[in-house]
Design a protein around this ligand. Structure first.
Ligand SMILES: NC(=O)c1ccc[n+]([C@@H]2O[C@H](COP(=O)([O-])OP(=O)(O)OC[C@H]3O[C@@H](n4cnc5c(N)ncnc54)[C@H](OP(=O)(O)O)[C@@H]3O)[C@@H](O)[C@H]2O)c1
Length: 179
């Protein structure tokens, strides 16, 4: 199954503030729903708790080190590999077999080594924040589509695919640099 990242990123690399999102973009939430529906979604425990409940219509897989964490309506994994195995077991079985990595920063950092596609929402703003998308080597990703939307802030829906042969090579991940 293909592993894909889905994320909204501001120009300064910010993806979150105070456990939530720094913006409210209803079209982005709609796109997120369309792209993830029916597919296994993998997230960190903090992102799961910030959403507040399992997202319906999709197997929810939550990564935590806490062996006593058993949220209702979600599967738990105690590492990233285990999460991918669980997601593959729960996959849709259709042609569009895809595991969706939905965040947050800690989980994106792990996913960047294996993801083949990124669904980015590039938010044209520089909000204050405390969660950042990890830096990555742009030369290893090519843009396959871009759909620009006006608004306050304006944003672009961008799809990136890993350049063939680039998987599992070293990623440049320096933590808090802007993408
Ligand atoms: N803009 C976007 O598209 C987007 C998307 C998603 C999230 N966000 C934002 O990102 C922020 C949250 O990101 P975050 O980095 O703080 O948290 P996170 O990645 O959602 O969750 C971190 C937690 O995941 C667990 N974890 C991480 N690595 C693990 C490993 N190797 N093995 C087992 N468990 C592991 C740990 O849970 P335990 O502490 O329970 O052990 C850790 O505390 C929020 O502000 C959220 O709103 C933004």
């Amino acid at each position: 199954m293909r592993v894909s990242i889905i994320v909204a990123i501001a120009e300064n690399g910010v993806i979150g503030r105070g456990g939530g999102l720094p913006w409210r973009l209803s079209e982005d939430l709609k796109r997120f729903k369309e792209l993830t529906m029916g597919k296994p979604i993998v997230m960190g425990r903090k992102t799961f708790q910030s959403i507040g409940k399992p997202l319906p219509g999709r197997p929810n897989i939550v990564i935590t080190r806490d062996k006593s964490f058993h949220p209702e309506g979600a599967h738990v994994a105690h590492g990233f590999e285990e999460a991918l195995e669980t997601a593959a077991e729960l996959g849709t079985g259709g042609n569009e077999d895809e595991i969706m990595i939905i965040g947050g920063a800690e989980i994106y950092r792990l996913a960047l080594a294996v993801a083949e596609r990124m669904y980015l929402t590039k938010v044209h703003d520089t909000p204050k924040g405390d969660a950042y998308f990890p830096d990555y080597d742009r030369a290893r990703w090519r843009e396959v589509s871009r759909d620009s939307r006006s608004g306050r802030p304006a944003y672009d829906f961008v799809v990136l695919e890993r350049v063939r042969g680039a998987i599992n090579e070293n990623q440049e991940m320096h933590g808090e640099a802007a993408p």
